[in-house]
Design a protein around this ligand. Structure first.
Ligand SMILES: C[C@@H](C(=O)O)C(=O)SCCNC(=O)CCNC(=O)[C@H](O)C(C)(C)COP(=O)(O)OP(=O)(O)OC[C@H]1O[C@@H](n2cnc3c(N)ncnc32)[C@H](O)[C@@H]1OP(=O)(O)O
Ligand SMILES: [Co+2]
Length: 134
């Protein structure tokens, strides 16, 4: 069912400092910062030859990454995102197997303009898992 690794996300409290680590220290191709108000985060993408790293910082009062950063003040790996050909079929199959879809269960438009869903970390080996329509 799952296909390519679309991105690995890292939550950070200081986006400028984090982007500098990837741009200046690691010498990567780093995008501009984009607000994702529907998701309560700002994103910066690091474009690697075979995948992407998504840097996340909180946006607004009820950011879903706020608690994570309280527990991990120096940042940390927050989620992995896999591509699926048919996100609704994938969701229905996973729900039938007992997996919990976060939020209202309906896809939202993600950072790449495509539908995304999140699956509860406790159902996937302690790893918050995002699915993105390929
Ligand atoms: C722009 C878009 C895109 O790429 O297109 C994005 O990525 S937006 C990326 C931001 N959006 C999201 O993350 C949306 C989905 N996330 C959520 O709904 C939330 O963050 C939850 C995953 C439900 C966690 O919420 P919250 O931290 O408030 O709850 P909580 O502290 O009660 O956590 C419940 C349990 O899950 C654990 N937990 C929380 N966040 C976790 C994470 N990222 N990875 C692994 N475990 C995690 C906690 O330690 C806790 O475990 P214990 O009970 O053992 O202590
Ligand atoms: Co993501």
């Amino acid at each position: 069912m799952i296909g390519r690794l679309n991105h690995v996300a890292i939550a950070v409290s200081d986006m400028e400092a984090a982007a500098s680590v990837y741009r200046d220290t690691l010498g990567a191709d780093v995008s501009e910062k984009v607000a994702q108000p529907d998701h309560g985060v700002n994103t910066v993408f690091i474009n690697l030859p075979n995948t992407k790293i998504e840097l996340l910082e909180p946006l607004g009062e009820n950011s879903p990454i706020a608690k994570f950063l309280e527990k991990n003040p120096s940042g940390g790996i927050h989620h992995v995102c896999y591509e699926v050909d048919d996100i609704l079929a994938a969701r229905d199959k996973l729900v039938a197997q007992g997996a919990r879809v976060l939020g209202d269960g309906e896809p939202k438009i993600g950072a790449h303009g495509k539908p995304v869903l999140f699956l509860h970390p406790k159902d996937f080996l302690g790893t918050l898992t995002e699915l993105e329509q390929a």
